[in-house]
Structures are given as C-alpha cells and as structure tokens.
Ligand binder design. Structure first.
Ligand code: CNA
Length: 252
C-alpha cells in the first residue's frame, strides 16, 4: 500500500504532466474557510435539530414558495458566510489556472470563494449567494441587500416581490448553459481532480462520468462510493494536501 508522501509525490507528478486539468468540488473545499459542509458530523444537516422541517426540505423550492420565513431563517443562519475568506485550496486552484494547467473549476458551492481567490473559469452548478433577483420583476440585488433587509423575507424595493437567491434549490433544475460547459470541460480534460464532495447530490455528481482522460484523482476527508474508480485517492483535508503538493512543485 502506498504511503501518504508517495501519494503527494504522485499528485505533484500528475500535475506536472497535465495541461488540461479540471477540478470538480463541493462543500469540503470551503470547510477550511470556516463554512460547514452539509454531510460531515459537524455539518449543517447534523446540527439542525428542533426545526419543523428537515434541512433538505428547508433548502427546497416548495419551502421557498410556501414557507418563505422558514426558508430565509435557515438560509440566513446556515448558508450565508459574508466574512469567509478563500483558503489554501481555493488559492492553489487559482494558481493552477494562472499557470495554464487548469481549464476550469466546476463547483457545487454557492459561496463565491473560488472567484475571490482569483479563479476566472468557474462553473457554479448550484448558483451563488452573491446574486439575487426579484421573483416578479427580476431586478438584481447584492448579498448586502439581503443581509441588510429589515424583514426576514427580503422584498424588492421596486415592486415588493420576494428577492430570491440565485441558488439552485432541491426541486429546481440546474442552469443548462452551466451544465453544458461543465460536461464539455470534463469530457476534454486529461486530469480530473475531485475534492471535498460526498458525491451524493445529483445531477451534479453524475457529470464526472463524462471523464475520458488519464488521471482521476479524489481528495476527500471521508470515503466516497467513487474511491475505487480513482487512480489516486487521498483521504485528507484538501487545503493540507495542496500545500504539500505546492511545496514539491516549488511554489511559494
Ligand atoms: P457534502 O455532501 O456536505 O460533502 C462534503 C464532503 O467534503 C464530505 O464527504 C466531507 O468528508 C468532505 N470534506 C469536508 N471537509 C473537507 C476538507 N477540508 N478536505 C477534503 N474533504 C473535506 O457537500 P457536497 O458539496 O458534496 O454536496 C453538495 C451540496 C452542498 C451543494 O448543493 C452545495 O451547494 C452545498 N453546500 C455548499 C456550501 C458552500 O458553498 N461552501 C456549504 C455547504 C453546503
């Protein structure tokens, strides 16, 4: 069995040899920035006892439509982290793109931290808390507008409609253009690095089946059902892994 430093060396070599890397990630990429994921022991889904609805129900479109107060109370408490900063994983991926090695980041995250770290090609499969629109007149609003709104349910200052975060809720379809970009990027990649995702949320997780390249790398704290399909699987915090790889690559 390979030991940890062999795996880190192997990942560094894969990165040296690749010119069309795609990264596919999830909530685990942002836990080192202080944003809890959904499914870890201390994740959002395990710390919401006492509410009338389950977390899956709360982040669903029917809940947004029928029980907006419950939706926004959960959303404000558990899904918005305006003070979070990019961590080493975000920064490493931005550097990989700058070096011309990485084609894009495909993320299930809604926190905008890849862009804050400097990544340009980011496919946000589940949208972003930074964008918000009135459901009636479609006027756009900033996250700040939501945070400063006097009522729990934010209302449009032009027409009074509810302002909805541009976040894909359970029961809503993904944006078709973003899907086609993601599928196209994955289909053409020579290396796919998957990190910080339990790979249980569909259709997003299904996109990785389009990968036809050489190296499938998985970096996740806990095991996933895809571990056996990977050429290289590292069960460790992704920021730490990338820090060790950066040292081998001679990056500051
Ligand atoms: P998930 O199902 O909560 O899985 C997260 C995975 O990451 C788990 O398997 C953890 O073991 C693993 N993990 C946690 N921390 C680390 C770390 N530092 N390094 C490596 N692995 C780690 O989350 P998914 O992304 O798979 O599920 C998709 C949902 C979660 C999407 O709809 C997201 O919108 C949603 N989400 C997003 C955020 C965010 O934007 N930061 C936060 C919480 C949930």
């Amino acid at each position: 069995m390979e030991n940890h430093s062999d795996k880190i060396m192997q990942l560094a070599q894969i990165i040296r040899d690749s010119n069309n890397i795609v990264f596919f990630g999830g909530a685990g990429v942002s836990t080192e920035s202080g944003i809890p994921d959904f499914r870890s022991a201390d994740g959002v889904f395990n710390t919401t006892a006492g509410r009338k609805f389950s977390p899956e129900e709360l982040v669903s479109r029917p809940c947004f439509d029928r029980y907006p107060e419950e939706f926004f109370s959960f959303y404000r408490e558990k899904l918005i982290y305006p003070d979070a900063k990019p961590n080493y994983a975000h920064k490493f991926l931005a550097r990989l793109e700058k070096e011309g090695k990485l084609k894009s980041v495909i993320t299930q995250n809604i926190d905008g931290l890849h862009q804050s770290a400097g990544s340009k090609e980011v496919r946000e499969l589940h949208g972003s808390v930074l964008r918000n629109n009135c459901v009636k007149c479609h006027k756009p609003f900033s996250l700040d507008y939501i945070l400063k709104s006097m009522s729990i349910v934010p209302k449009c200052d032009s027409c009074g409609g509810t302002v909805k975060p541009d976040v894909v809720l359970y029961g809503e379809p993904l944006n078709e253009f973003t899907i086609s970009q993601a599928v196209n990027d994955i289909s053409n990649a020579d290396t796919l690095i998957i990190g910080g995702t339990s790979l249980v949320v569909y259709p997003a997780a299904g996109f990785i089946s389009y990968f036809r390249g050489k190296n499938l790398v998985l970096i996740n704290k806990s095991e996933t059902s895809y571990d056996r399909d990977a050429n290289l699987c590292i069960n460790q915090a992704i920021g730490e892994v990338f820090k060790e790889v950066a040292e081998i690559l001679g990056w500051q």
